[in-house]
Design a protein around this ligand. Structure first.
Ligand SMILES: NC(=O)c1ccc[n+]([C@@H]2O[C@H](COP(=O)([O-])OP(=O)(O)OC[C@H]3O[C@@H](n4cnc5c(N)ncnc54)[C@H](OP(=O)(O)O)[C@@H]3O)[C@@H](O)[C@H]2O)c1
Length: 261
């Protein structure tokens, strides 16, 4: 029996087990997936002593786990954050999940002016994804301006591009603004009808910001497809097989639907 987990602090509300248990069910895999609460002080000893076949890493360990790993996948090294570990090697599947979600929702990135709201781990992974998919420009807006400037410098270091936040084609919310349980607030930004609004938040499935966007005629994409896709990309790494291509998404969504707002 293979054993997998997601580690974080807090971890009780993680929905990763829902995704992976459904994957195991669909493919008749004999495997388990649990949530493990790891306090930052115990991260090093957990990494050294666990006997798992693979695990996901979530807040607040995505960056702090790196010094304890033997090796990093190239994209995780560039992004500077790990959300998936296999045999002591760290990977980042958030950026892959974002690209798959864009593909599933028929969002063309090439040549588009993109604005990222936020400058944390998700913003970094998504900036990396945008830079690797030929967007025209990447702009960053963040509560702490200094962090926005740092993220922009980082992006410009490997993807020099013109930056302008005026009338972006695609806006991606990488902040927790609007996330359950505080679901009323929304990013403070004018919405225009031709825009694509992408939220990384998946609880609620449709945020107040996306609902407002629809009223303005914008196309909207919630965070659930990205969340499922980053989980399936992790499973591909753990099982060394493209199992994600054999998975039906609808039953996973149905399972998640029962626990999301
Ligand atoms: N769908 C998915 O698969 C997926 C994957 C990863 C993350 N996410 C989502 O992405 C979001 C961000 O996650 P993260 O890992 O990037 O977190 P993070 O590293 O903690 O970064 C959070 C960012 O949000 C900003 N922020 C926090 N509270 C805010 C507020 N009240 N008003 C305005 N800005 C605020 C922070 O600004 P400061 O710099 O000013 O602190 C920071 O830039 C979360 O909602 C998470 O659930 C989704």
């Amino acid at each position: 029996m293979k054993t997998f987990a997601v580690i974080g602090d807090p971890i009780a509300h993680s929905l990763s087990p829902t995704i992976h248990n459904e994957v195991f069910r669909q493919l008749n895999l004999i495997a388990s997936f649990e949530r493990i609460h790891i306090h930052p002080n115990n991260l090093h000893s957990f990494i050294n002593s666990n006997e798992l076949d693979g695990f996901n890493v979530t807040i607040p360990h995505k960056q702090s786990v790196i010094p304890f790993l033997n090796k990093l996948d190239e994209s995780a090294k560039i992004i500077g954050a790990v959300n998936c570990v296999h045999n002591g090697k760290g990977f980042n599947t958030d950026w892959i999940g974002f690209l798959i979600a864009m593909d599933l929702n028929h969002i063309e990135l090439k040549g588009k002016n993109c604005l990222i709201l936020g400058a944390g781990g998700a913003a970094r992974a998504i900036a990396f994804a945008l830079a690797n998919n030929g967007v025209k420009s990447i702009s960053i807006k963040n509560r702490t301006q200094e962090k926005a400037a740092q993220l922009l410098d980082w992006v410009q270091s490997f993807y020099p591009n013109p930056t302008s936040t005026n009338d972006p084609d695609i806006v991606i919310n990488c902040t927790p603004v609007g996330m359950w349980p505080d679901t009323e607030p929304m990013p403070d930004l004018d919405i225009t009808p031709n825009q694509v609004l992408v939220d990384t938040i998946y609880n609620p499935i449709e945020t107040a910001w996306l609902k407002a966007g629809q009223k303005f005629g914008a196309k909207t994409v919630g965070g659930l497809d990205m969340f499922i896709a980053q989980g399936l990309a992790s499973a591909d790494i753990w099982f060394k097989d493209k199992i994600s291509e054999r998975i039906k998404l609808e039953p996973i969504k149905k399972e998640l639907d029962t626990v999301l707002c």
